[in-house]
Design a protein around this ligand. Structure first.
Ligand SMILES: Cc1ncc(COP(=O)(O)O)c(C=O)c1O
Length: 389
């Protein structure tokens, strides 16, 4: 049965396998002795190689060792965790923050701790798997609204909201696969009109948007209006782990109820120290996010000028290629030309919306972006439908 499963996935162009990097350096990835420019990483600002993060992690390893060796509620909670939570709360302009071991663990734990079988969750259809899994785990009634469609969300709220005790609306602020922005102000207006709470996942916005780089909720002045602002340290922050910025009461409630927080060994001190250093670097080095977003505009606009339509309004630029087999072929051509640009296929994205998701990074040189754009335009001659959506 397992062999048949694998054979069928292979035939459909859906078989996944691991590729092992020799090492990574300044936006490049080295695999089996060959160098590729890495367009599949979320290290958007290049912070995973920043001297201040590395130094902070080394110092913490010397002082605390390599593991926290215990859950936060036993002996795994260090002053460093507390410092990170205070700095995160201040960064996100919320009363408190709680650190989680990963974005996946954060979403499944937070949603299932906050919502019950008597509640309803209204969630954007393009939400990350961790949001879907958290919702399913909660047992709440689950409504999915069409991607970024305020009209559809309102029609669901109108019909169903008053049948439930509590309701939670969930969206990402920058969508991980489409790179577009959620209409946060519109969603906030609806959550107020229909007496709901709101959770925003800023995994791909943290470090990039807003005056201080804390995210799109900061940029749009919505930090106070949104009850639960979640994000990760694993993407633009160049480190690992995740956070929820919220009220002090919610933090205390989660410390007592959130199973993915309680029943897991705390993140080790070197990771926490790198997270703290990342917040500092984000605030002090705004040129990184400015250059990144300028490059993303240049990349998207050049494709558009060449009649290749791309979605998004961020550093994530998806080129929709359609079916899986075609997407694999295009990815292979890009690899042969020296770009690490992997295919994204169902179930991560809807059927027939397979894509190459270009993740831009601060340390991509303009000349490399130009060469990649020329190559995409050339490849398009062999795949006329590419980028039509
Ligand atoms: C929107 C979103 N939320 C959560 C996560 C999970 O974060 P982590 O990789 O830290 O588990 C991801 C990761 O890809 C994501 O894209």
């Amino acid at each position: 049965m397992i062999k048949e499963f694998l054979a069928q996935k292979q035939k459909q162009g859906l078989l996944r396998f691991l590729r092992h990097a020799d090492y990574k350096k300044s936006g490049d990835i080295f695999i089996e002795g060959k160098k590729y420019i890495d367009f599949s990483s979320n290290d958007y600002l290049g912070l995973s190689q920043h001297a201040k993060l590395i130094q902070a992690a080394q110092d913490a390893a010397e002082k605390f060792g390599t593991s926290s060796s215990s859950s936060r509620l036993l002996s795994g909670s260090f002053k460093l965790h507390n410092e990170l939570e205070e700095k995160t709360a201040e960064f996100k302009k919320k009363e408190a923050a709680l650190v989680f071991n990963s974005g996946y663990q954060a979403n499944i734990g937070i949603i299932s701790a906050l919502c019950t079988k008597q509640d309803a969750i209204f969630c954007d259809k393009m939400s990350h798997a961790s949001i879907i899994d958290g919702t399913l785990l909660s047992g709440s009634k689950f409504f999915r609204f069409s991607h970024n469609d305020l009209g559809h969300l309102e029609s669901l709220l109108e019909k169903y909201r008053n049948k439930f005790n509590n309701a939670l609306i969930i969206t990402e602020s920058i969508f991980s696969m489409d790179g577009d922005k959620a209409p946060l102000k519109g969603i906030v207006a609806l959550k107020e009109k229909y007496n709901c709470r709101m959770l925003v996942d800023e995994a791909h916005a943290t470090g990039i948007f807003g005056k201080n780089g804390s995210g799109l909720t900061e940029e749009e002045g919505l930090s106070e209006k949104i009850e639960f602002i979640m994000g990760t340290f694993s993407k633009a922050m160049g480190s690992f782990g995740a956070y929820l910025a919220c009220s002090k009461d919610i933090k205390d409630y989660l410390i007592n109820t959130c199973r993915s927080f309680i029943y897991s060994t705390a993140l080790p001190a070197p990771v926490i120290a790198a997270d703290i250093a990342a917040i500092d670097v984000i605030k002090k080095e705004p040129h990184r996010r400015k250059t990144l977003l300028d490059n993303a505009d240049y990349f998207r606009n050049t494709l558009k000028k060449n009649q290749i339509s791309v979605k998004g309004a961020s550093q994530i630029i998806p080129l929709i290629t359609g079916d899986c087999v075609k997407t694999l072929e295009i990815s292979k051509m890009l690899m042969e030309a020296g770009y690490w640009a992997l295919p994204i296929r169902p179930p991560t994205v809807p059927k027939n919306e397979s894509r190459i998701r270009f993740s831009l990074a601060y340390n991509h040189a303009k000349k490399d972006l130009k060469r990649l754009l020329d190559d995409i335009i050339k490849i398009r001659c062999s795949y006329p439908g590419m980028g039509d959506r």
